[in-house]
Write a protein that binds this ligand. Structure first.
Ligand SMILES: *Cc1c(COP(=O)(O)O)cnc(C)c1O
Length: 293
């Protein structure tokens, strides 16, 4: 497939569903953009893929967890577009490959297990210079994105968010997607992020990063307290909520990202904390592949 064709597939507006019992709350179905990969990650990757293509780089190298939507999307795109891909994944010794990593292998990704300690250092120069020695002349893609390109790519969500929405809710991992939304938000819209990882400092660092990148001074908030025991960890309440939500709406939620953000909105709606009358949109960012055991 050509890059132009891939970009075209990912530039079609997403389907919209209503929240059960709340017709003015829209669910933006990023999970439906493609049967295999979630829109969120491809939006971020597209500009990087274009650059690699223009610079005639043949190999893409990145890092992620064992259920990583990012490595999954990267290996899929690499396979489709003819790039070699290499993935360093966090693993304890002896852990089996997950369905996510098996897909990556099937799409031709070269996989290397790294220890949780090495993985912790994934944003350091030292980590990447080792990788550059092992795999020279490649594109090196940081896990969360956080490049100007990834941020720009993430603004693609606005193509699909209903014009009536004055509040937009989304899950936050690295925050790249949220920055992309802030960077291109229309006037009078409020963007609300639900962090899916714990932060004992009350998300100060994230808040600062968001403020720095918030060119147009768009109103934004973080709803803390919905990460449960931390990133990638769910609990019976969350699982129960996701099951109930799916029964009521037919919309399946992944437990790492969307079960948390949808639960947060559910609770705020119950408490009348959100001005629903003004229109609310919640982004379903996909990630359902990570549910497989
Ligand atoms: C990566 C990811 C996110 C978080 O996006 P960030 O830009 O890292 O904040 C949300 N949902 C899904 C399904 C993801 O894979």
């Amino acid at each position: 497939m050509s890059l132009a064709k891939l970009a075209r597939i990912f530039s079609t507006p997403l389907p919209i569903d209503a929240w059960p019992g709340q017709p003015s709350v829209s669910i933006v179905r990023g999970d439906l953009i493609h049967p295999v990969v979630s829109g969120n990650k491809i939006y971020k990757l597209l500009p990087l893929l274009k650059q690699a293509h223009q610079q005639n780089v043949k190999r893409l190298v990145s890092v992620g967890g064992r259920f990583s939507n990012h490595l999954h999307a990267l290996s899929w795109a690499g396979h489709l577009l003819g790039f070699k891909t290499v993935g360093f994944y966090r693993s304890y010794t002896g852990q089996e490959l997950t369905p996510t990593l098996r897909d990556c292998l099937n799409w031709g990704m070269t996989l290397h297990a790294i220890s949780p300690q090495q993985y912790q250092a994934r944003d350091t120069e030292a980590f990447w210079s080792l990788i550059e020695n092992q795999y020279p002349q490649s594109a090196y893609i940081r896990e969360g994105g956080w490049s100007a390109d990834a941020i720009e790519g993430s603004s693609a969500w606005w193509q699909s968010i209903p014009k009536s929405a004055k509040t937009v809710v989304l899950p936050v991992g690295s925050g790249t997607t949220m920055v992309g939304l802030l960077a291109n938000a229309p006037e009078n819209v409020r963007v609300i992020g639900v962090p899916v990882y714990r932060d004992p400092d009350g998300y100060q660092a994230l808040h600062e990063r968001l403020s720095i990148h918030n060119r147009n001074q768009t109103r934004f908030e973080l709803w803390g307290g919905y990460a449960g025991k931390g990133f990638g960890r769910s609990n019976s309440n969350l699982i129960q909520f996701a099951e109930q939500f799916e029964r009521q709406s037919g919309v399946k939620l992944d437990l790492v990202y969307n079960a948390k953000s949808f639960y947060a909105l559910f609770e705020r709606l119950m408490q009348n904390d959100v001005a629903v009358s003004e229109g609310v949109a919640i982004l379903h960012t996909g990630g359902l592949q990570g549910l497989r055991k």
